[in-house]
Design a protein around this ligand. Structure first.
Ligand code: HEM
Length: 466
């Protein structure tokens, strides 16, 4: 371990250990999907960090690591980093609904069964997908303070009570979708690095809280200070071992536009936020990727540049399908903000046997587009796109003003299946108010991190004629 300790930087080459293995990961540092966080393990053991980022304890990561093995830790030194360590960062995790299907347990990342999504316009709180990056912080509501600072504002510190009482509560219905929703369809084409999400990393809820634009005004932001070009950075109270919080930002002109309905939410579907969803306060940025809807909000600061967080600068970005981990340059692509139009079939599921009635089968699902663009049409096909049939939009938000439809729609319909066929592939695609529609194939939108997966959704079913 003394020898390992001498290899803590790029100049002397970067070594780290995991279990009994010693690895020279110098050539991997620049390709690491978790950015410079990898250097926290340099010259020491990755074990305590991987207890925290358990995404690494997956076969594909361990296989990758093995390529860099240069030796072994002396048997009497294996686990020596644990001497005196008693704290389990996951000891205070909340209880979760057993129906949630985890793609990772620590940090907890899970989605509900898809069929359940299509049954509820408002997703029940306990069944709303959870995307955590770090352990869930334990926050005392009585001592909670939200700090507001930065360019053009005077420092403001708000208790939970002040946030609730000093600002008019606003309720918005908004869908939140993870950038990695439907990633597993991308990995089916070619491996990607990321949690293997199905098509239920999305949910719709009413959120109640204070308008961000009101809070920024109370902090004195107006006139030139509110001019475009700046950014509003959100910091969570969830932190990594180096005390760095989760963070993300949105452009200032978006944050100060009351028509964007960004709120600092303390309620979800009329209940106080649960710990997994950001108790006591989270940012709700309607129409924008889940990653910017920062949970356990501790600080809001106005800055001349985007959040410096790994998750703003070196993750949650899209690239063309030919960019790989040797060629990717995260500084060249903009951070994902508004998400593209997307839809999925929630019922039936692939592999199900479905009844054919009058030559048709039933199906249902959700459709949503980012940026407040209403979904205007959902098309389904069971003959490879030879014929398309319009599904019925069964639950929508009818009163949302143009350009401010933040919530998804649920749809259902029946689609004719080819005569005599024993199996069928059901397709869905949605079109939004700007007539953006989904791309046909995953292959041509594939990207190394598996984000923005919005090709036609396809489900293979067996047909039972009655
Ligand atoms: C102490 C050392 C390390 C730390 C603190 C660290 C931290 C991280 C973080 C923060 C992420 C992003 C997780 C997320 O998206 O929420 C990540 C992802 C990843 N890291 Fe590391 N990392 C370390 C070492 C390594 C090493 C040595 C390897 C392999 C040789 C590795 C391979 C990966 C891979 C493949 C991913 C993407 C995983 C996925 O989402 O499937 N990391 N890491």
């Amino acid at each position: 371990m003394d020898e390992v300790a001498q290899h803590g930087d790029m100049k002397r080459r970067v070594w780290l250990t995991y279990n009994q293995g010693v690895y020279d990961i110098t050539d991997f540092v620049k390709k690491h999907p978790g950015g410079s966080a990898i250097m926290m393990g340099a010259g020491g053991s990755a074990d305590p960090f991987w207890d925290l980022y358990a995404v690494h304890k997956e076969e594909h990561v361990l296989k990758l690591l093995e390529q860099y093995r240069i030796g072994n830790v002396r048997p009497d030194e294996v686990g020596s980093h644990r001497a005196g360590m008693t704290d389990d960062p996951w000891a205070a995790e909340p209880r979760r609904h057993p129906a949630l299907r985890p793609s990772a347990r620590t940090p907890f990342n899970a989605e509900p069964p898809p069929a359940l999504l299509a049954d509820n316009f408002l997703t029940p709180n306990d069944l709303f997908y959870v995307r955590n990056h770090l352990p869930v912080p334990t926050v005392e509501p009585a001592t909670y303070e939200l700090e507001v600072d930065g360019l053009g504002v005077r420092g403001l510190s708000l208790s939970l009570d002040q946030l609730k009482k000093n600002f008019k509560p606003v309720t918005v219905t908004a869908t939140i979708m993870c950038a990695g929703n439907r990633r597993s369809e991308m990995s089916a084409v070619k491996a990607v690095r990321g949690l293997s999400w199905g098509h239920a990393a999305v949910g719709n809820a009413t959120w109640t809280g204070a308008r961000l634009s009101d809070v920024l005004r109370a902090a004195g932001l107006e006139g030139d200070a509110a001019a475009p070009g700046r950014h509003v950075c959100f910091e969570g109270l969830d932190t990594d071992p180096s005390n760095t919080p989760y963070g993300a930002s949105v452009p200032l002109e978006v944050a100060t536009d009351p028509r964007r309905d960004i709120i600092l939410a303390y309620e979800m579907n009329g209940q106080p936020l649960s710990r997994d969803h950001g108790f006591p306060v989270r940012a709700i940025v309607p129409g924008v990727v889940g990653a910017r809807n920062v949970k356990w909000l501790g600080r809001i600061s106005v800055s001349a540049e985007e959040s410096t967080s790994h998750w703003q600068r070196s993750d949650y970005k899209g690239f063309n399908p030919s960019v790989d981990w040797d060629t990717v340059d995260f500084s060249k692509a903009p951070a994902i903000q508004e998400l593209p139009v997307n839809s999925a079939i929630c019922w039936p599921a692939s592999g199900d046997t479905v009844k054919v009635k009058d030559g048709t089968v039933a199906l249902k699902g959700y459709a949503w587009s980012g940026g407040g663009r209403r979904v205007v049409r959902v098309d389904v096909s069971a003959d490879g796109g030879a014929t398309w049939h319009e599904a019925c939009l069964t639950a929508t938000e009818p009163t949302a003003p143009a350009g401010r439809c933040w919530s998804w729609c649920l749809w259902s319909g029946r689609v004719p299946v080819p005569a005599g066929a024993q199996t069928a592939q059901l397709w869905v695609k949605a079109t939004d108010a700007s007539y953006n529609t989904q791309p046909e194939s995953v292959k041509n939108i594939w990207n190394l991190r598996g984000v923005l997966s919005n090709a036609y959704h396809r489900v293979d079913v067996k047909l039972k004629r009655v």
